[in-house]
Design a protein around this ligand. Structure first.
Ligand code: FRU
Length: 424
């Protein structure tokens, strides 16, 4: 892998490693890093659609932004099929779990608006059918560019392939609501290169998605985080001393963890508009630890870079484990070195009694963490579940040095603005 390129005045860097030794420190059910139990009687945002990944409108500095007093969120969204014969089980009942599990294949970008930062009203699809070049509209970031209401929506166009793209439109407000206009021309930005970031040809289970553009608070340049896997043929990665880290005697066996190759990617823009990008080596790699570091994002606080990313239990490698949730790393400068928060990286995980209660956590600069409800058990044994597809209660987090603490719980889908822009 190239790790010493000097591009656009960007300092060469080595990726930081999330090691197996770090991951051995993960403790499920530590109350300071565990999301409070979500009750099975949660309200549903909308009974016609499932929603999952939630992307608040924000500026390039990361601030969640309302426009003319309206909060706006974008969500990955899919229709529910309660009356579709294809989703009936053998007893003729709606198999909601199968419908929910199939959602990724028909994910579309929708938007919602609110006067209160909760009570979200349905806006509709951001792009008309046929605008996006592929079947799936996967996660990304809507950026409010200016007080004319221009919005750049960065997202992932998936199947065929996985391309990071953007589409420009405009947010328009009235006294009664919000609409999205434009969003008619999708511009492909880049795909995995096979040299730093794994391609589909190298691994049919590759991940390359979830763009998160930002302005670096120190050098003022435009960058973008994204999810990737480390380049190379599936199975060819080495889990060596560096990836293992400082483990106790008896923990040297890495099993088949060479198949876990997640990384947090970074790219730098060559232009002010973010139409022309150069991929750089990953900021963080998790070879031998985990196969997915999804939806990476930053909180810039106390002069530090807090890097957050979501991950799953099922994507951990042999011999290491942790809950579904959000993990974090901190550095004094953009290119690291990054160290895992709380020693292990775990910031907010699901409780082991409800391992799938929430996912796709997004840590906002005000310390609030939004996520969606996946499924919550409705009986003691956990065999009966209620599928969510709706906003989870927001959690309050305190970030202090290299530690984080759960300090509060708020309403379902509470995403208050950090600043308001009056449109001209
Ligand atoms: C996270 C995620 C994203 C992806 C989307 C696909 O929940 O896996 O990484 O963009 O969901 O539905």
């Amino acid at each position: 892998m190239k790790t010493t390129t000097e591009k656009f005045g960007v300092t060469p860097h080595q990726p930081s490693l999330w090691t197996r030794a770090d991951a051995l420190k993960v403790r499920a059910d530590d109350p300071t890093t565990t999301q409070p139990l979500v009750s099975a009687d949660f309200p549903v945002l909308n009974n016609d659609v499932f929603i999952w990944d939630t992307m608040p409108l924000r500026d390039l500095d990361g601030n969640v932004t309302s426009v003319d007093g309206w909060s706006v969120i974008f969500t990955l969204t899919a229709d529910r099929h309660p009356n579709d014969p294809a989703y009936l089980d053998e007893n003729g009942n709606y198999d909601i779990l199968r419908d929910w599990n199939d959602r990724h294949g028909r994910a579309k970008m929708y938007y919602w608006f609110s006067r209160t930062g909760k009570h979200w009203e349905f806006g509709g699809r951001v792009m008309a059918e046929g605008v996006s070049p592929t079947a799936r509209e996967w996660a990304g970031t809507p950026i409010l560019l200016n007080d004319r209401g221009e919005v750049d929506l960065y997202y992932t166009a998936v199947t065929p392939g996985a391309t990071i793209v953007k589409v420009r439109g405009r947010v328009v407000t009235t006294e009664h609501g919000v609409s999205m206009v434009g969003f008619e021309k999708v511009k492909p930005l880049f795909e995995a290169d096979g040299n730093m970031y794994q391609t589909e040809a190298q691994n049919a289970f590759w991940g390359f998605r979830d763009p998160w553009p930002f302005r670096d608070p120190n050098d003022g340049k435009l960058y973008m985080l994204f999810e990737g896997n480390v380049a190379g043929e599936r199975g060819s990665h080495k889990v060596g001393e560096a990836e293992i880290g400082d483990v106790p005697p008896g923990y040297e066996d890495v099993g088949n963890s060479r198949f876990q190759t997640a990384c947090v990617g970074i790219a730098v823009a060559r232009d002010a508009d973010g139409d022309d990008w150069e991929m750089l080596p990953p900021l963080l790699t998790a070879v031998g630890v985990n196969d997915q570091t999804e939806r990476p994002h930053f909180v810039f606080q106390d002069g530090k870079y807090y890097l957050f990313t979501i991950s799953h239990t099922f994507t951990y490698g042999d011999g290491v484990t942790g809950p579904d949730g959000v993990y974090g790393f901190v550095a004094d400068s953009l290119f690291g070195p990054y160290v895992p928060l709380n020693g292990s990286g775990l910031v907010l995980g699901n409780p082991s009694s409800q391992p799938f209660q929430t996912y796709s956590h997004y840590v906002m600069p005000n310390g609030l963490v939004t996520s969606f409800i996946d499924s919550v058990p409705t009986d003691e044994t956990g065999t009966q579940i209620r599928v969510g597809g709706t906003e989870a209660p927001t959690v309050g987090l305190k970030i202090k040095g290299q530690q984080t603490f759960v300090v509060g719980e708020y309403d379902y889908g509470y995403i208050p603005p950090m600043l308001d822009v009056t449109l001209k």
